[in-house]
Design a protein around this ligand. Sequence first.
Ligand code: SAM
Length: 298
Amino acid sequence: MSQFFFDSALRCPVCGATQLQKLPMDKGQQSFYCRECESEIVTPTDQCCVFCAFGSDKCLVSQGWEDLLRRQLKEKMKNKESKTIPKFIPALGFNFLTGLYDTTISLTMPEKKFRKLLIKKLNPQPDEKIFEFGFGTGANLVLATQKSPNSHFHGLDIDPKVSSIAFAKLRDRDICVDLRLYDGGTFPYNNAEFDKAYSCLVFHQLDEVVKLESLKELHRVLKPGSKLIIGDWGKAKTQWMRIAFYTVQLLDGFKTTTANVKGLLPDYIREAGFSDVRETAFINTRIGSFCYYEGIKK
Ligand SMILES: C[S@@+](CC[C@H](N)C(=O)[O-])C[C@H]1O[C@@H](n2cnc3c(N)ncnc32)[C@H](O)[C@@H]1O
């Protein structure tokens, strides 16, 4: 997404003064106040918004980022073996709930604690190239870039809706991350590109085949000797945790979540080629046992 411009210098048509403004995600802004001559400038009727009319860079919709993402997906589907619309489980199980994802996580899980521990385990270092698989609304990327502003973060997700939330969140914080969408097949990266990879709350949403395919792709894109860190639902540590986890299973379905709660994720990680696979920690939450797994690419 680095081809998009996030700021635009608005030029006042009355006095010629310019002022830099962040671009909104939609066509919303129809007027602005010139800080110099205090005129209220309104979008001409034949223009989309003030940025398209008076800005050095047009609004993000006109720059075409949403269209570009959709086009990328369509083209992939035309050219590739996959002839169906990419299937995936949205962040909260249903597409219409995606906008509530951040609030739901903060209410049902000890969010600060589990994300902080994930980033602590990731231990990002300057100049490392780090990949998040299934970045969702970008919450981990915000924390990780705060902890290590000089690492290079990359994110991949399958859902355009959740990606636009992440895109807006990162843009509002001036965080530069290479976010990409794909159709669920091969990751759009070269072999051995990354120094580290991580993923959080994604694997319980993938069926058996996709779990393994995705882990093999994670293995492919990591440099030899580098680490994969996964935070996700694991084997329930108590009877109560097992009962509580039915909440997640009702939202996300039993097909994808059963392997997680049976504690099988480490077996999948091993099968994809990782060595030294182990569970390194867990946190019991209101809705299940959240576990941390690690593996090394040989
Ligand atoms: C529950 S959310 C977790 C989001 C984020 N990682 C977090 O920690 O909050 C699961 C994410 O996985 C993504 N996802 C689901 N299937 C995927 C797939 N096959 N490839 C990549 N991402 C996928 C969803 O779009 C969603 O953003």
